[in-house]
Design a protein around this ligand. Structure first.
Ligand code: HEC
Length: 143
């Protein structure tokens, strides 16, 4: 009888571990899909944002991402952009998904933008500098 119980307990443990592993893999894949389909709309492909409004996530520290997503979810990080963009987003995320997303972004190499992205960011910087210059100029002319 003892042997049967030990065997049953072992089998249960093995299947529980199997389930946990399957879930871990599952959320890793889900995180990748979510990052590509949703987060990238603002944070750029693989988290390589080229916008000053949307922070870069690629290569960010894992712990930092987890803390921030948690803070958006708890509404303790509440500046206007956090409220407008991230509160709703984070409210949909489970702890496991937050961790999996953080793992995904930490794994995206920093500074490895492809040629198209870096060209776009050069153009973007130029346009911003240009807009600033025009603004300064019109300010000067108005004086
Ligand atoms: C509609 C645009 C939008 C989408 C989609 C979006 N975010 Fe954000 N996210 C923002 C903005 C804007 C901020 C900066 C908020 C602020 O200024 O406090 C931000 C901030 C963050 C931060 C904090 C970064 C830092 O440097 O402090 C993390 C982490 C983050 N987002 C993760 C995600 C993840 C993961 C997803 C997908 C599930 C996602 N975001 C989807 C707009 C977005």
């Amino acid at each position: 009888m003892k042997k049967i119980i030990a065997f049953a307990a072992g089998a249960l443990l093995a299947s529980a571990t199997g389930i946990a592993l399957a879930q871990a893999q599952h959320s890793e894949q889900d995180a990748k899909t979510l990052a590509k389909d949703v987060c990238s709309a603002c944070h750029g492909p693989e988290g390589h944002s080229i916008s000053p409004v949307f922070p870069r996530l690629a290569g960010q520290q894992r712990g930092y991402i987890i803390v921030q997503l948690d803070a958006f979810r708890n509404k303790t990080r509440g500046d206007p952009n956090a409220q407008a963009y991230m509160w709703g987003m984070a409210s949909q995320l489970s702890d496991a998904m937050i961790k999996a997303l953080a793992t995904y972004y930490v794994g995206q190499a920093v500074g490895l933008m492809n040629a198209e992205q870096s060209a776009r960011s050069v153009v973007y910087d130029f346009m911003r500098d240009y807009a600033d210059a025009v603004e300064r100029l019109s300010g000067t002319l108005a004086e």
